[in-house]
Design a protein around this ligand. Structure first.
Ligand code: AMP
Length: 308
């Protein structure tokens, strides 16, 4: 069975979209990644930190989906990472209202002994020094290291971010962040510049407009499934990354061809995530529902054309 290490926030989120508003609910990059990766029947472990204020029922929700939580430290006297965001009317862009690092500020991740030989490491959105520290703890070189990050770390820890980017095989990043990281408007040029920073594969997420996979001169594009209802895009990027990394851990094949399938799985899982607030839709998502949507995805993108 493929082993996957997931690093990222396990958090409280408060979200505002044109459709409503939530108080503090379960969120965090590692949470969304874990819920998505749990669809692949792999051996996955989360590495993160929470405070004493974090409800046991949220931890149970993750362990019920077979995510190993030995690497999730609980700092009894501390508070859990908190993020709050407000989406614009187009739902493709958002403002961060609050980022309280809390226990994350002095977090020293510890990868459980049994996961230090994992084949795939998914470095979810976190301080780049924490991401690097996880790589330092691996006793065997992973077959694949995937990194996700965001503008917050570009603004506050750019040099550390460059250092970890050098060490990964795949980076997943959204279009605005790719532009910020490279200073290039064209995503093709931005991807080329990111290749030069280290990663052989660059995935650029474009929200409701799908995702692009770049590898040398090869490009693959997967649209997002057109949906009737989008309530809350929070976590869609992490869910995409969890589906992508989970599928690759399961199939144990890191070729460009197989990465295309991983992109489709990531996009399919992300299409569910946005249908309800926070993690709600992902909590009880069945494999059967995922399978049906994969078929829809196939129909959406398949065509035959006679070329003379
Ligand atoms: P996404 O919508 O995929 O970009 O991810 C949203 C999740 O990222 C939320 O659940 C937040 O808790 C988490 N998040 C927001 N800001 C940060 C940050 N600076 N570092 C780590 N995780 C964050």
């Amino acid at each position: 069975m493929g082993k996957l290490v997931i690093v990222g926030t396990v958090a409280f989120d408060a979200i505002e979209t044109p459709f409503g508003k939530t108080d503090k609910i379960l969120g965090g990059a590692a949470t969304f990644i874990g819920l998505a990766a749990s669809h692949f029947n792999i051996d996955a472990a989360a590495v993160s930190v929470v405070g004493g204020d974090f409800p046991q029922k949220y931890l149970d929700l993750l362990s019920d989906r077979n995510i190993n939580l030995e690497g999730v430290e609980i700092v009894k006297e501390g508070k859990t990472f908190f993020w709050s965001g407000r989406y614009h009317n187009d739902m493709n862009s958002r403002d961060t209202l609050v980022t309280e690092l809390n226990t994350l500020a002095d977090f020293n991740p510890v990868v459980p002994e049994n996961y230090r030989d994992a084949s795939v490491v998914m470095l979810g959105n976190l301080h780049p020094i924490v991401q690097s520290s996880v790589l330092d703890q691996m006793t065997k070189k992973p077959d694949l290291v995937v990194l996700d990050t965001m503008n917050f770390w570009m603004d506050s820890a750019l040099d550390d971010l460059y250092n970890v980017i050098k060490r990964v095989d795949v980076i997943t990043i959204n279009d605005e962040e790719a532009r910020q990281l490279t200073g290039e408007y064209s995503l093709v040029v931005a991807a080329r510049k990111i290749h030069a920073m280290g990663p052989k594969y660059v995935v650029i997420k474009k929200g409701e407009h799908g995702a692009l996979l770049f590898h040398d001169d090869n490009v693959f594009y997967a649209p997002a499934l057109p949906l009737e209802e989008v309530f809350d895009p929070t976590g869609a990027g992490d869910t995409f990354a969890g589906g992508f990394a989970g599928y690759l851990a399961k199939t144990n094949d890191t070729s460009f061809e197989n990465m295309k399938n991983a992109i489709i799985y990531g996009s399919t899982l992300a299409s569910f995530c946005v249908e309800k607030f926070g993690t709600e839709r992902m909590q009880n998502l069945s494999n059967d529902e995922v399978h049906k949507r994969l078929l829809q995805f196939k129909q959406l993108t398949q065509f035959e054309i006679e070329l003379g």
